[in-house]
Design a binder for this molecule. Structure first.
Ligand SMILES: NC(=O)c1ccc[n+]([C@@H]2O[C@H](COP(=O)([O-])OP(=O)(O)OC[C@H]3O[C@@H](n4cnc5c(N)ncnc54)[C@H](OP(=O)(O)O)[C@@H]3O)[C@@H](O)[C@H]2O)c1
Length: 407
């Protein structure tokens, strides 16, 4: 994005649970109208003003735009270098905004984890965005920045050490603390409901290469883990990681879009560690069963309605203390080209879904607006869109650490 624009970044959805956290982060980190020119946007002036008073100050400009009003989306995206959107479910509210950003050549980032919708955006907009130089970047939160940038980092280290990319990485969530928002649950429900109704969407959801460019939709990886199993890589029991279905596809898309720097036969998977021995196995089962029930409950069923009644509603999410006391610790068990082992680590200093996500999202948006970036365009991944510049911002500003040690 090279044209002069009034703003660097506009946060659309700033009145929602996560959008307000991104606004609060930008305000605390960059102030108003200084190094970063930014604005808050949403569909309701009164609500926006109230949130602005709570997290920033009256100097922050406000913009009104509604997902059903294309003219408002075109107008908003024409005023800024980057649109940073937290208006979800994206499959419900996001398509016209992506089209508007591509039409206006405005770079874009979101927190989407809805695989079938991202597939649609790739099919509809990748070629046009690639040709006109626009970066459309989904998954700029906990899914999938730590995974995508973690693999990017580990592969860089492996290349520097051995001259060849690692042949396999098994990402394991060692520990984490955090909660979930109503908006995230609404997005999960929307994805599951659509997959129930539409076989094509279901196929995309379960296809390990469901986000790859059309010509590269096969490879050595199979479906994500569905059970509690013993894991040689981490020498303990593991169970399914709820974000694996998104993150693994994003990492594979990064590899394909960049021309396979990790190799054509690169293998990647994700799971959550529950520890060694009988207690590790039991812990895995105790964690996996409720996860399966929440994620897989049939839309419209009594079970689904009961679950929805007790979980957070749109606009609600984890408390400030849960966010501030949260963290995550990810391990990247790595097999190098010569068969030897290495270990990558990525940590975050707040809860994954909101505190850390708000910082990652804010930094991704500023990175798109201001940094020297790879000359890539299209519907991209964080690693392919921003590469080293994002890595630097995550370590310097967003509370993430990246570490690599050979055995
Ligand atoms: N990937 C990750 O790590 C991650 C982490 C957190 C969140 N997320 C995703 O981020 C999204 C937002 O989550 P959340 O918890 O912040 O949700 P939320 O609190 O429900 O906020 C949704 C926002 O969308 C706005 N909105 C709804 N309909 C709109 C429309 N027609 N036009 C314009 N704006 C509209 C709402 O405006 P009003 O305030 O006016 O209602 C609100 O600002 C979800 O899709 C969630 O899955 C992802």
């Amino acid at each position: 994005m090279s044209q002069a624009r009034e703003f660097d970044v506009v946060i659309w959805g700033a009145s929602g649970f996560t959008g307000r956290l991104v606004a609060e982060y930008l305000y605390k980190k960059y102030g108003v109208d200084q190094e970063v020119k930014w604005a808050m946007a949403g569909r309701n002036q009164t609500k926006l003003e109230r949130v602005r008073d709570q997290v920033a100050d009256r100097e922050v400009p406000l913009i009104l735009a509604d997902s059903h009003d294309e003219a408002s989306l075109l107008e908003m995206s024409g005023r800024t270098k980057v649109i940073c959107t937290t208006v979800g479910p994206y499959g419900k509210y996001g398509s016209k905004l992506v089209a508007a950003c591509v039409a206006q050549k405005t770079d874009y980032c979101d927190l989407c984890g809805e695989v079938p919708w991202m597939r649609q955006m790739i099919d509809q907009h990748h070629e046009t965005a690639r040709a006109n130089g626009t970066k459309i970047v989904h998954t700029c939160g906990f899914d999938s920045i730590p995974s995508d940038m973690g693999v990017y980092f580990v592969q860089k280290e492996a290349m520097a050490q051995t001259g060849q990319p690692a042949q396999e990485i098994n990402m394991r969530v060692r520990s984490f603390s955090g909660g979930v928002s109503g908006g995230t649950l609404a997005s999960l429900s929307d994805s599951v409901e659509k997959a129930y109704k539409d076989k094509e969407q279901f196929r995309t959801l379960i296809d390990p290469y469901g986000l790859n460019p059309t010509d590269y939709r096969s490879g050595p990886d199979g479906r994500d883990l569905q059970a509690v199993v013993y894991d040689e890589a981490s020498d303990g029991w593991i169970y399914p990681f709820i974000m694996a279905g998104i993150n693994t596809k994003v990492v594979r898309r990064s590899n394909a879009l960049a021309g396979f720097p990790y190799g054509r036969n690169f293998r990647y998977d994700e799971a959550t560690m529950s520890g060694p021995g009988v207690s590790g196995r039991l812990k895995g089962i105790a964690a996996a069963v409720p996860l399966g029930i929440v994620a897989g409950a049939k839309p419209g069923s009594l079970l689904k309605k009961t679950i929805d009644a007790v979980l957070p509603k749109p606009g609600e999410g984890p408390s400030q203390s849960a966010r501030e006391n949260g963290y995550y610790n990810l391990r990247f068990y790595t097999t190098l080209a010569d068969g030897s082992k290495a270990l990558g680590k990525v940590t975050g200093d707040m809860d994954p879904g909101y505190g850390s996500t708000a910082k990652m999202m804010g930094e991704a948006a500023v990175c798109l607006a201001q940094d020297e970036l790879p000359e890539t365009a299209g519907v991209l991944t964080p690693a392919v869109a921003m590469g080293d510049a994002l890595l630097h911002r995550l370590e310097t500003n967003a509370g993430l650490t990246f570490d690599y040690q050979a055995d």
